[in-house]
Design a protein around this ligand. Structure first.
Ligand code: MEV
Length: 311
């Protein structure tokens, strides 16, 4: 019987530091309780077969041209290619909604690299998986801080500095309420928009980045002190800077107001680059979404206290 290796990686949500982390300092990202599993079965030939609910892809060792919708998985295999000595079948099973910004691309890369490490190294070194995951994601989409990769690799809330690769892990588990506005704007577009503003108004935008960076640093202290009330206040403070950056909009402002006015919510903000996607609240709340917001959804999540792999 051929050998089979399984590796499970989790989804993630950005909590603090967005946009500023592209330029300076730390971002804070939480691992959440949604997962993708990569099952890798070795073959006796040079063929590499990828299977998922999106379809199948066939390549061979050393010949894996990038093709959608498998660009992230193929790039991860290419990044690892020096260590691949035999063909395999890789089956990806995901419980993460790819249309919502829950870090599904980072998670699929981490799951793929985890299974490859298990199959060809018989071990999983999280630092090596993280380095390769960030390299993969940056090759596919240009710049990415990699905060979502770090949360996905360690299965916990992490503070991550993309320039130094410094990482601090926090082992809390808390409730998050995510409200999805019904559409998403590509992260790269939002980063370009903010970069344009930085060119036009360097002093003003640099000041906002410095304030966001400071909030992330204060957030690290709040997590160390296990002070979720303080962490919630910092999230709300960042939302004001997201508005100043111009990455919020009417729908996101409405979701923020809904969450913020609920007594169970300690703080709220956009999660990720903005322009659409999710506003998250710290705490568990049932809020009634505006009926005219087509495709809007509420998702209750728990952050993970630290875990990775599970072969
Ligand atoms: C996107 O989730 C968050 C940004 O800070 C980009 C990144 O961290 O790569 C806008």
């Amino acid at each position: 019987m051929s050998q089979v290796y399984n590796y499970r990686a989790c989804a993630s949500l950005m909590l603090l530091g967005e946009h500023a982390v592209v330029h300076q300092g730390f971002g804070i990202c939480a691992a959440i309780d949604q997962f993708i599993t990569a099952k890798l079965e070795l073959r006796d030939n040079k063929t590499i077969l990828i299977k998922s609910s999106f379809g199948t892809y066939e390549g061979s060792i050393g010949c894996m041209p990038i093709k959608e919708p498998f660009s992230y998985v193929i790039e991860a295999i290419n990044v690892f290619s020096d260590f691949i000595s035999t063909g395999f079948e890789l089956t990806l099973t995901s419980g993460i909604d790819p249309n919502i910004g829950f870090g599904s691309s980072a998670a699929v890369v981490v799951a793929t690299l985890g299974a490859l490490n298990l199959a060809f190294f018989h071990s999983t070194d999280p630092d090596r998986i993280l380095k390769d995951a960030i390299k993969t994601v940056r090759q596919v989409q240009g710049f990415a801080s990699g905060c979502d990769c770090a949360a996905s690799v360690y299965g916990s809330t992490v503070a991550f500095n993309p320039r130094t690769f410094e990482i601090v892990k926090y082992h809390h588990s808390f409730d998050l309420t995510a409200t999805y506005c019904g559409y998403k704007t590509k992260t790269a577009l939002m980063i370009n928009f903010v970069n344009q503003r930085l060119k036009q108004q360097p002093k003003e935008i640099a000041k906002i980045f410095a304030e966001i960076e400071n909030l992330a640093t204060l957030g690290m202290r709040a997590l160390t002190n296990n002070d979720l009330h303080r962490f919630g206040e910092l999230m709300t403070a960042q939302q004001h800077h997201m508005k100043e950056l111009g990455v919020s909009n009417q729908d996101l402002d409405r979701l923020f107001d809904l969450l913020k006015s609920h007594q169970a919510i300690l703080g709220a903000k956009i999660s990720g680059a903005g322009g659409g996607d999710c506003v998250i609240g710290l705490g568990a709340a049932i809020v009634h979404l505006p009926i005219e917001m087509h495709g809007a959804k509420i998702i209750h999540l728990k952050t993970l206290p630290g875990y990775y792999g599970m072969s």
